[in-house]
Each structure stands twice: as structure tokens, then as C-alpha cells.
Design a protein around this ligand. Structure first.
Ligand SMILES: [Zn+2]
Length: 440
């Protein structure tokens, strides 16, 4: 008899990152050998990016397949072996957790995933939910990873999603510079533009598909469809061996964390939120080049911060004036005794008109006239024209800020940031298989 299995894996405290997806890639190979029938691509689920104790990417993975009931023990054994081996090669700060759920994903699990994407979820709650749903789990050191593992199971990506093809290096290459031909990345970016995202930062030319650091990822290509990321992958020239690659389905590039509109008075540390309000003082630039302004929404006021690495977003923020109506997307950070809202995106809803009262222009020579004295009208300093009847006029100043949505450059994107090209392309609906989706 076949059962539906959902495996969730998280390794919360790994500062080296990349490991969770690598474990998933190894398991895809092992389970394919076992002959499981896949219900989905492996899912790469990014959680609330504002959590301070997150790993670099705060990602967890899930694997979903049907398998004969008699094979469940084998499935779990294989997972534990792979996790143990991979955690050994990494440092002891890796706290992997494996969770195994049988059956169909419930709304309760989906709600849990949503909480983990947007708020702070404590382990106690995760343990309680796991108990009530009969989720088996294996905790190697710290149980904190259960939050991610359970969220990865619960996020079955029925809403918007994207794909990422991740290619991995061989063990002997880890820690060494990645040997990818940058020209091939540029060619790939041009050939797949609009179908793949954030390959290169356009302002700096920096290549974004290759991570830096120790993790086993050689490169990751994010895109709209499995065909697109596979085609992009075929463009990349690597001078080192690709040990394996897998296509993940993911909540990356979907703004999954930015779905809740909240009031300022309801904000708690580390939640992700969308706020709408009025700029209540002129932005100021603080040391480091960060821009800070106050936002009020009738329930309260909060300092909004736009950090220097967000490039042009900072320029936009500095053009705001009090009275402008904006919608801001980001996360709450505790700061001194209060809270600060770190902005990821700004939507200018209304740039209010700024007027200045000025003297009228001379109708003959166009020079701005001078006051001829109180109640005496104006006089032109160039041609001598006098006009007793004219009054000061109101001039509309050029705001140089148009209503619209503003994003940072791709180099400042979070994993969950929905790029501007994806607006209007949000997907729903089931899995469409593309082959090949992994190798080996
Ligand atoms: Zn004149």
C-alpha cells in the first residue's frame, strides 16, 4: 500500500548555508534509486528573513513522494545517514532536524508555514503541532530547526512560486574560488532575460548566481519555469566539475513574507509587514549613508530605515517629504528602546504637491520682478516695468518623485524578494513536470 510522505529538513544554525539543499539533492538521488514516485520537485522554502538567529538564507527543504508502506523505515534510514554524514563535514553549529509527515497537507500546516514566513515562531508551538499531527522527527542537537522543517512541509506552494536550479561542487573544491566563466553567465542572462532572475547586478556587474564561501553550491539559477532554469544551466561554462544539480520549486522571488498589511501599533520585533501611512518628517541621512524617515498611520509612528546597500531605493527615500503617502514593505527590528522598520520596497502612493510663493515674472523681459514696497506691487529690475496690480504667485515645484513601486538593485535582494519583472506573473496551480529535473 502506498503512502504519501513529506520530509522536512532544516539545519538552522549552519552559518555556511547551502547545506540543506545539498542534503536534499543527495536524497533526491537516493530516493529515485529506491523507486519512490515523486509528488513534487524538492521544495526550497525560505522563512522570515528578519529572524536574527537565522542561517544566512533561512531556508528549509521538503521532499514529497509516494512510497510503499513497507519502505518507510528505509526512507528514514537513508535520510538520517545522509544528514549525519553532511553534518559531520560541516561544523558543529549545524543543528539539523528531520521531520516526516504522512498524508495530505492540512490548512493547519499551511498556516504554520505562513507564520514561519512572516513572524517569529517558537519551538514549543512547533513541537505541539508536530505531536498533534503525528509528525515524526529526529533532532540531532537543537530542536529549533523543527520550525523550519515543519514549515517546509506545510508550505506546499499552492500560491505563487518559482524554480531554482542549484548545481553543486565536488567535495575537494569546497572553500576554493568558484571557477565559472563570467562571460557564459552574461550570455545566459541575455538569452533567458525575463525568465530567470537576479543573475547579475546591473549597476555593479557583479555576478549573483555564484555564492561566496564554504558551501557546496557552485551556482543557483532562479527562474519562472523549470525549462528556463534548465536552459540557463546549459549556458553556464564551468571549469570545475558539477557533482550534481537539482531543480527546486520554491517560494523565493514571491514576496511570501510580505503579504500581511499591519498597523504600526501592532508591530512586534522581527515580523515582516506591509505598512501604509504618511511620511511625518523629512528624511535624514545618518552616518553610513542610511536614510531614516518617520511614518505615521493613525495608530502610531515608526522610524523607517533604508540602508545604504539598497542603492537607488535610498535615493528614492531621500526624496520623500512630510505628507507623502507611501506603502512600505519590510521587517521590524528592535532598536534602542523602540522599533525600526527596515524597508525592502517602497511604493509611493502620492507625492504631495510642494508649492513655493514667488514674485511674478515681468511680462516684457521675463525677469522675476522685485517688490516695489508694501502695497506698491512689483517692479522689474531690468526694464523698469512697474505693475501695481500684480500679486505674488504660487509655483508648483518639480517633485522628481513619481508615484510607483521602487525596489533595490538585485544585489540587495533577499531570497524572497519578488523582482519587478515578476509582477503580474504570479502562478498558482499544481506541479508541471519537466525532465530532466535532477542529475544524477
Ligand atoms: Zn522687465
Amino acid at each position: 500500500m502506498n503512502v504519501k510522505l513529506h520530509l522536512g529538513i532544516d539545519d538552522t544554525d549552519s552559518m555556511k548555508g547551502g547545506c540543506t539543499t545539498y542534503i536534499a539533492a543527495l536524497l533526491v538521488y537516493e530516493y529515485s534509486k529506491l523507486g519512490v514516485s515523486w509528488m513534487d520537485y524538492p521544495n526550497l522554502v525560505r522563512l522570515n528573513p528578519n529572524i536574527p538567529w537565522k542561517t544566512r538564507g533561512n531556508g528549509a527543504v521538503s521532499l514529497r513522494f509516494e512510497v510503499d508502506k513497507s519502505m518507510i523505515d528505509d526512507v528514514v534510514d537513508v535520510a538520517l545517514k545522509v544528514i549525519e554524514k553532511e553534518s559531520m563535514i560541516d561544523d558543529e553549529n549545524v543543528d539539523p532536524v528531520l521531520a516526516v509527515y504522512r498524508g495530505c497537507i492540512t490548512d493547519e500546516l499551511r498556516r504554520f508555514a505562513y507564520l514561519a514566513e512572516t513572524e517569529v515562531v517558537d519551538v514549543e508551538y512547533a513541537l505541539k503541532l508536530a505531536d498533534s499531527l503525528g509528525v515524526a522527527r529526529w533532532v540531532f542537537r537543537n530542536p529549533r530547526g523543527l520550525v523550519g522543517a515543519l514549515a517546509a512541509i506545510g508550505e506546499d506552494l499552492r500560491g505563487d512560486y518559482t524554480y531554482e536550479l542549484i548545481a553543486y561542487r565536488t567535495f575537494s573544491m569546497r572553500g576554493k574560488p568558484r571557477m565559472i566563466d563570467p562571460g557564459s553567465v552574461i550570455a545566459m542572462d541575455e538569452a533567458t532575460r525575463g525568465e530567470t532572475y537576479a543573475n547579475i547586478d546591473p549597476e555593479t556587474g557583479r555576478i549573483l548566481v555564484t555564492p561566496r564561501g564554504m558551501d557546496p553550491v557552485l551556482y543557483g539559477i532562479r527562474g519562472e519555469t523549470p525549462e528556463a532554469v534548465y536552459r540557463a544551466h546549459r549556458f553556464i561554462k564551468s571549469y570545475e566539475e558539477v557533482e550534481r544539480w537539482v531543480i527546486f520549486r520554491s517560494n523565493q522571488c514571491t514576496d511570501a513574507h510580505l503579504k500581511s498589511k499591519r498597523t504600526i501599533s501592532s508591530l512586534k520585533p522581527y515580523v515582516a509587514a506591509v505598512l501604509e501611512g504618511v511620511v511625518s518628517d523629512r528624511p535624514r541621512i545618518i552616518p553610513g549613508g542610511h536614510v531614516i524617515f518617520k511614518l505615521s498611520d493613525g495608530t502610531g509612528t515608526i522610524d523607517c530605515a533604508v540602508y545604504e546597500p539598497t542603492g537607488r531605493l535610498r535615493v528614492i527615500a531621500s526624496k520623500l517629504v512630510d505628507g507623502d503617502r507611501v506603502r512600505v514593505y519590510g521587517g521590524v527590528k528592535p532598536f534602542d528602546k523602540g522599533l525600526t522598520f527596515n524597508i525592502e520596497k517602497i511604493e509611493v502612493l502620492e507625492a504631495r504637491a510642494i508649492t513655493r510663493i514667488m514674485n511674478p515674472l515681468c511680462p516684457y523681459c521675463g525677469r522675476r520682478m522685485k517688490s516695489a514696497g508694501l502695497g506698491k506691487g512689483f517692479r522689474c529690475g531690468r526694464c523698469g516695468f512697474r505693475d501695481r496690480g500684480s500679486a505674488k504667485i504660487e509655483i508648483y515645484m518639480d517633485r522628481d518623485l513619481k508615484p510607483g513601486l521602487y525596489l533595490p538593485p538585485p544585489r540587495a535582494f533577499r531570497h524572497l524578494t519578488k523582482p519587478i519583472e515578476r509582477y503580474g506573473r504570479e502562478k498558482t496551480g499544481g506541479v508541471v513536470w519537466f525532465y530532466p529535473w535532477h542529475e544524477p
